[in-house]
Design a protein around this ligand. Structure first.
Ligand SMILES: Nc1nc2c(ncn2[C@@H]2O[C@H](COP(=O)(O)OP(=O)(O)OP(=O)(O)O)[C@@H](O)[C@H]2O)c(=O)[nH]1
Ligand SMILES: [Mg+2]
Length: 396
């Protein structure tokens, strides 16, 4: 059987390719490639060169135009490049055609994200979810995969597979998908029961784009050690802690981060992990305000929440990494008053837009954490009054 795990080896050198479609701008795609480079780095590969092309529609055979592909081939020739990564999802035949011309392993953004998830999955639930998404992604691309392995000499006979072999493989993959679905349903049942057993507590979930600081904040609030690092998707499994603020207890969960163009199958199979988000009473939406694209990221998170049908819950938006924001924004010669003015402008703008439901903090420098605590506590107490009115008397 084909093994799609760990398609990227350590220290591989990669070339990135992005298309500027008709409703995108060049700076946008530059930024997308920046994120793709970070994803590649997270998977252990190094992005050494980026190519972009303006095309109204992707080429059905080779995704980018023929001229661009020749340009990429020219660059690769004679260099130590092992990998080409496209920022958009490619079809099986496109991968096949591109590899034929370039002669190196070609993958897309979904492949890369799936690879990272596969490495990071620790629990049975996360592992099963990732495996399911990998096989679903593989199913329509089986033919291309065979060719791919054949060219790379991946242990397949020299003649290559016939239609019957591909058909057999398709059946095996379909069976595997059915099996994983059943296994996941079992795991979900147990997890669901465990969640119900938690009693009558208000449930708060940290959500947000990947790498914004959710786990760091979780650690600060719950005094727990959740793995946090400057890589994408450090967290795949949900962790939940009981927290008590001024006699008021609640449950706090840290969740997997979102990203632009998250492979559809991955969202599908991570639905059960995201039950924590769906069943939460209050969401803490963490934003990395120091990121140049933080508004786009905020939009991506909101649309993913919509997809999960979790968009009409009370939300506190936490603008995190204010320390880094100031470093990026303030020139050293700026006067103190001007700095204050810039900060006030940012705060006023978002306070207006979010009806005051936001806080500005730095988790690593522990700035403004008291305000964060008070804001959460107020919301949690309001929620107890609505959900469990007979209980609230105990908390004051
Ligand atoms: N400068 C600065 N860095 C921060 C701050 N908060 C978190 N970080 C850093 O941002 C990086 C990501 O933090 P995490 O807490 O792992 O982020 P996350 O949102 O849990 O990320 P995923 O689980 O990967 O989605 C780490 O290197 C943190 O040290 C902050 O307030 N300021
Ligand atoms: Mg995390």
């Amino acid at each position: 059987m084909l093994d799609k795990k760990n398609i990227i080896q350590q220290e591989e050198k990669a070339v990135l390719v992005g298309l500027v479609h008709k409703d995108q701008t060049e700076p946008q795609v530059k930024e997308y490639l920046e994120e793709l480079a970070f994803l590649a780095e997270t998977a252990g590969a190094q992005a050494v060169k980026r190519f972009m092309q303006k095309l109204a529609h992707p080429d059905s055979r080779t995704f980018v135009g023929k001229g661009k592909l020749e340009q990429i081939q020219e660059y690769i020739q004679g260099k130590d490049i092992n990998l080409v990564i496209f920022d958009d999802e490619l079809s099986g035949s496109q991968i096949q055609n591109i590899e034929k011309i370039l002669g190196v392993k070609t993958i897309d953004r979904s492949d890369l994200i799936l690879d990272i998830f596969a490495r990071r999955a620790k629990t049975a639930q996360a592992k099963t979810q990732v495996e399911l998404a990998q096989y679903q992604y593989l199913l329509p691309r089986l033919k291309g995969m065979w060719k791919h392995l054949e060219r790379l000499g991946g242990g397949i006979g020299t003649r290559g597979p016939g239609e019957t072999e591909i058909e057999t493989d398709r059946r095996i993959v379909k069976d595997k998908i059915a099996l994983l679905r059943r296994k996941l349903a079992e795991i979900d049942k147990i997890a669901g029961v465990q969640r119900k057993d938690r009693g009558e507590f208000i449930r708060v979930a940290l959500v947000g784009y990947t790498n914004v600081g959710k786990s760091t904040i979780m650690n600060l609030i719950s005094k727990r050690e959740v793995f946090a690092e400057n890589k994408l998707f450090a967290t795949l499994d949900t962790t939940t802690s009981k927290v008590v603020f001024e006699n008021t207890p609640f449950l706090l969960s840290d969740t997997v981060g979102f990203i632009r163009k998250l492979p559809h199958h991955l969202v599908e199979s991570f639905k059960s992990t995201l039950d924590e988000v769906r069943e939460a009473d209050i969401l803490l939406h963490v934003v990395d305000v120091s990121h140049p694209q933080y508004e786009d990221q905020l939009g991506v998170v909101n649309s993913t929440l919509q997809e999960l049908k979790a968009h009409d819950k009370p939300v506190i938006t936490i603008f995190n990494k204010m320390d880094q924001y100031e470093k990026n924004t303030f020139d050293p010669w700026l006067e103190e008053e001007v700095k204050v003015e810039i900060l006030n402008e940012l705060k006023e703008r978002w306070e207006n837009e979010l009806q005051g439901n936001c806080v500005f903090i730095s988790a690593t420098e522990r700035r403004n954490l008291d305000t964060l605590r008070t804001t959460i506590l107020e919301k949690v107490r309001d929620m107890y009054k609505i959900r469990y009115p007979y209980k609230t008397a105990f908390f004051y």
